[in-house]
Design a protein around this ligand. Structure first.
Ligand code: DX5
Ligand code: ZN
Length: 218
């Protein structure tokens, strides 16, 4: 099953609770929440207290993407705030294995994110420990950017690596995904699709989620 994780980064921040509620009403599989620290990426969004505040508006999983230097400092805060999946950047995390074990020890799903310039082969040692890999298909920091085409080759290589491993690891793609390219992205091996600007530029969020899903078929 291909899953859809709308990124609320593209939504109306003055209405976040309602945005989350409507996204779930459109049968999104999870809510993708972009945490940016102004250090690892040149933008700042929100932290655990905001996540805690919007948590009651939906029961679907919160997929928390940490674009934060040394994310191990905040893992417990995000777990306490209600994260169901936490992904950390390989480029931001010195003791990646320890951080992944830390997340998993709280029964929260753990994933690793790769920037566009980081090869999937960097995952070889950590892959068996992971619930999810997130491939960035734009340079992180902002919504509304253009999908980087070389991501397709990375997806195919990663799909092979996961198949050879023989374990179930979700492969998520984030950045510049839209109705025109999503089928190719799914065909290349992604099974969790993040989409921000392609979903939230509308007055009817639930309808927009449903419409987008129709384009996700392989
Ligand atoms: C970018 C974020 C993405 C972003 C995607 O740093 O990680 O989740 O919201 O937005 P779109 O779909 O507009 O590229
Ligand atoms: Zn993201």
């Amino acid at each position: 099953m291909i899953q859809l994780a709308p990124s609320i980064l593209a939504s109306d921040f003055s209405q976040l609770g309602s945005v989350v509620k409507q996204t779930a009403e459109g049968h999104a599989d999870m809510i993708h929440i972009d945490v940016m620290d102004g250090q690892f990426v040149p933008n700042i969004t929100w932290g655990p207290d905001i996540i805690k505040a919007i948590r009651p508006f939906a029961s679907i999983p919160f997929d928390v993407h940490l674009m934060v230097d040394s994310p191990e400092r905040y893992i417990d805060n995000f777990i306490e705030a209600g994260a169901d999946i936490i992904t950390v950047h390989i480029e931001a995390c010195t003791h990646l294995h320890r951080t992944i074990q830390h997340i998993k020890s709280a029964d929260v799903k753990a994933g690793v994110v790769l920037n566009p310039a980081t090869p999937v082969e960097a995952l070889t040692s950590i892959l068996p420990e992971l619930d999810m890999v997130l491939l960035m298909s734009v340079n992180p920091g902002f919504g509304g950017q253009i999908f980087i085409p070389s991501t397709i080759e990375k997806l195919k290589r990663l799909r092979n690596m996961v198949q050879q491993l023989g374990e179930s690891v979700d492969i998520e793609v984030d950045g510049g995904v839209n109705k025109n390219n999503v089928a190719d992205i799914v065909a290349a091996g992604a099974n969790v699709i993040v989409a921000g600007s392609a979903i939230y530029q509308t007055d009817n969020i639930a309808e927009s989620v449903r419409t987008f899903r129709a384009f996700m078929k392989e």
